[in-house]
Design a protein around this ligand. Structure first.
Ligand SMILES: Nc1ncnc2c1ncn2[C@@H]1O[C@H](COP(=O)(O)OP(=O)(O)OP(=O)(O)O)[C@@H](O)[C@H]1O
Length: 326
């Protein structure tokens, strides 16, 4: 998959004072994903993940940029691309009156080389719900049914938009195993999730999206390496901490709460700074509640989420209709 300079603007329903009040949800993303790779696209609510995926899946036309999926333009060559990909949307919108098996069999008839319905239902843990009407399934079971349909056609590329939202911890792990199985078969997986742990355990590469752009990208190790470790501790009031500021390369943050002082040193060299801190404290100063926390994906995510692109001039008028193929 090769995505270059992708933009998606939602047209407004009208113009205000001759000015286009549309909203650009995707602002120039590049994305290359290899065969058999799992790429996790993370981001704050409204960052533009679903808007990007819909274009990459060929469900909507880009406002600018190019998408090559399995060697084709997925929008223009939809008939060629669609049989080779699997899509699990955030909202499936199933016909509630059909049973699980009825829907699965109906879907199966549309596919070129489908997996057997029984196998797929068993893989997602729904075999015992085969005869139940879809309307009676729990939210988590409907998610799993959606996953079953997405994998049924043996896709070469599968898009999973928040596949484990609403799933209990055991079902989440079953889904992770299923995804690992797809990767072992060389299926490429594009995953969005708000569970950072999911990206940590599954992803070969991670992209963090914010305000329409991929603002950080790399392996988990690369992203974590870009974050400092945090050494935090409490000091009794009355202790002068000015000596701590001489720990070159470590940023010192102090918080006062209910007469209690909590200090935090941020450093890319925690071993050295911890050594300096302990020798500074010696026997005389008590460092209570001392914690050393290495850099994490969550820290990187929160840092990005807290940043705001003040340069944007886009309107946030969202009352528009997306250009979509059902
Ligand atoms: N049809 C639409 N018309 C106008 N704006 C839209 C439309 N659909 C989405 N948006 C806006 O585009 C932005 C990106 O939305 P999108 O659904 O792509 O975000 P997301 O990263 O998938 O969010 P979430 O994590 O909440 O699912 C949001 O500000 C959203 O309100």
């Amino acid at each position: 998959m090769d995505v270059r300079g992708l933009r998606r603007r939602y047209a407004s329903q009208g113009r205000r004072g001759g000015r286009d009040t549309g909203f650009e949800a995707v602002r120039g993303i590049d994305l290359q994903i290899r065969r058999g790779e799992l790429y996790a696209l993370l981001g704050t609510n409204g960052a533009g993940k679903t808007s990007s995926l819909e274009v990459i899946e060929g469900l909507a036309r880009p406002s600018a940029g190019t998408v090559q999926l399995l060697g084709h333009d997925p929008y223009a060559d939809r008939q060629l691309v669609r049989p080779r990909i699997g899509i699990m949307l955030q909202e499936a919108g199933f016909p509630g009156a059909l049973t699980v098996t009825e829907l699965a069999r109906t879907w199966q008839r549309l596919l070129v080389d489908p997996r057997p319905v029984e196998d797929v239902l068993q893989q997602v843990g729904l075999d015992h719900r085969r005869t139940v009407a879809i309307a009676s399934l729990s939210g988590g079971e409907q998610r799993r049914l959606d996953l079953a349909l997405a994998i049924m056609g043996r896709p070469e590329v599968i898009f999973l938009d928040e596949p484990t939202t609403g799933l209990d911890p055991q079902s989440r792990r079953t889904t992770w195993e299923l995804i690992r199985g797809l990767l072992a078969e060389q299926t490429s997986v594009v995953l969005t999730t708000h569970y950072l742990e999911e990206a940590e355990v599954l992803a070969d590469r991670i992209g963090i999206m914010h305000e329409g752009r991929i603002v950080r990208e790399g392996t988990l190790a690369e992203i974590v390496k870009s974050q400092p470790s945090q050494i935090s501790f409490s000091l009794d009031t009355g202790i002068d901490e000015t000596g701590l500021t001489r720990f070159a390369g470590a940023a010192l943050h102090t918080e006062e709460h209910a007469g209690h002082r909590r200090l935090r040193l941020e450093t890319f060299d925690p071993q050295r700074v911890l050594g300096l801190l302990l020798s500074w404290a010696g026997d005389a100063i008590r460092l209570s509640d001392l914690h050393v926390v290495p850099g994490s994906l969550e820290q990187a995510f929160l840092e990005i989420a807290a940043s705001t692109d003040l340069g944007t001039t886009d309107s946030t008028d969202h009352q528009t209709q997306p250009e979509m193929i059902a």
